[in-house]
Design a protein around this ligand. Structure first.
Ligand code: AMP
Ligand code: MG
Length: 340
């Protein structure tokens, strides 16, 4: 599927791994022609978390009209496209199934090549949409609602997970604590906002495994410590901005420490941030400080490209397209799809 002459490669990306239905069209893996995200957050809010059955139904309701709209906004028709890239996993299996079935039907009807994308590699590749010149190798910190991992990316196709959370993901911890404190859903952006008025040193929450060798981390002890603090002090007496600032600081201290240590120990001069929690103001600020201190290059996407979107799926799909790494119509989604 090599690029014919100077013809531009236009890939439609489809993403339905969790609670965002997303369709985008990206040219040559870098230029966004359209990028649509239909968030289901309003339907999940009253449950304070994503309800898989609702997620699948909502994807199904909207996916076809999003494809039409993405083509319309890019001023293209299906025959102008070069390939279809879809998230195969990881994610919620019923939700993934809607995107994958849609992509397969579209591929069957148009004979366009089909590309299966790993959602986490998509998150990392969101960076290339704004910084196309990022060099390899790099260390990526992926922090989202479902994942918290440190990955060594040597080149396209060569990835190694060097550390990850042993329990809660960072976004999950933020969302759970915000839910417990009745701050709203999803908690990450609300805590980010409230924390800006608070003192991150006000409450000394534990930084588990920060002194331990290696790059794994654990956030469940922090969550318990925060819940115990609320019970001890009493919810009505808590200074909420201080609480939020201190809670997120404990998470980010560990993340920033582990990822900068990894960069130094593996002698890799650049860090690439990815995933929804990567939109956090304080995390970005702390990483910038540390990157400066250790003379590391630091990349992070604009907030709208940190959270789930399909432009990132098309961006990584382009890499596979160039390598003729395609899937057939027999492909199935995989809730635990490996890094490839
Ligand atoms: P993702 O799983 O990549 O779609 O990202 C969703 C997660 O990112 C949720 O857990 C959100 O609470 C979290 N999130 C989104 N924006 C922010 C933010 N500004 N600060 C912290 N967490 C955030
Ligand atoms: Mg995600």
């Amino acid at each position: 599927m090599s690029k014919k002459g100077k013809e531009k490669v236009k890939i439609i990306g489809i993403e339905t791994s969790c609670d965002e239905t997303a369709v985008a069209i990206v040219e040559d893996g870098r230029k966004i022609l359209s990028n649509l995200v239909a968030s289901q957050v309003d339907f999940h809010r009253k449950f304070k978390g994503v309800v898989p059955e609702i997620a699948s139904r909502k994807h199904l309701e909207i996916i076809n009209s999003l494809i039409d709209e993405a083509l319309f906004q890019a001023n293209l028709s299906l025959k102008d496209l070069s390939a279809i890239a879809v998230t195969l996993g990881p994610g919620l299996i019923g939700a993934l199934l809607i995107g994958v079935s849609t992509a397969k039907a579209l591929s069957y009807a148009t004979s366009l090549p089909l590309i299966g994308v790993n959602h986490l590699l998509g998150h990392i590749w969101a960076n290339f949409l704004e910084d196309p010149q990022i060099k390899f190798p790099f260390i990526s910190l992926i922090v989202s609602g479902g994942h918290t991992s440190i990955i060594l990316v040597e080149k396209v196709g060569k990835y190694k997970i060097i550390g990850e959370t042993l329990d809660d993901a960072a976004g999950e911890a933020l969302d759970k604590i915000a839910g417990f404190m009745n701050l709203g859903y999803p908690g990450g952006p609300i805590i980010d906002e409230l924390a800006q008025e608070g003192n991150p040193q006000a409450i000394n929450f534990p930084r588990a495994m920060i002194k331990k060798k290696g790059y794994d981390l654990s956030l469940s002890g922090l969550k318990t410590a925060a819940l115990n603090y609320v019970t001890r002090v009493g919810q009505e007496k808590i200074n909420v901005p201080d609480f939020c600032a201190s809670f997120q600081e404990a998470i980010f201290d560990v993340l920033v420490d582990k990822v900068t240590k990894a960069a130094q120990e593996f002698k890799i001069p650049r860090i690439v941030l990815a995933g929804g929690v990567g939109a956090n103001t304080r995390l970005r600020e702390k990483l910038l400080e540390e990157a400066k201190k250790f003379q590391l290059e630091l990349y992070f996407p604009s907030p709208f490209l940190c959270t789930d979107n399909a432009a990132m799926i098309a961006a990584f799909g382009y890499e596979k397209f160039l390598r003729e790494d395609l899937v057939t119509l027999e492909v199935e989604p995989d809730a635990n799809f490996p890094l490839r």
